[in-house]
Design a protein around this ligand. Sequence first.
Ligand code: FES
Length: 75
Amino acid sequence: MARLVMRTRSKPYPVTVGDETKYICGCGLSATQPFCDGTHKKTRDEPEGTLCWYDADVGRNELADAFPNIRTPSE
Ligand code: FES
């Protein structure tokens, strides 16, 4: 099974427990899930209004209107 889920967040979620803060990946691209590894920086210059997908080498590809109603998790 596989699925596409659109992510619009371009930064991690900070989670603090006691004195320790961890950063949970919000972009979906981290190789160290569920933790952020900094890969979200590649999303910062995504063109507005363009759906992007990333390959195994985190190379960006762009689609226009390929999945007009794809589900987006709430932020
Ligand atoms: S938020 Fe996904 S790698 Fe940082």
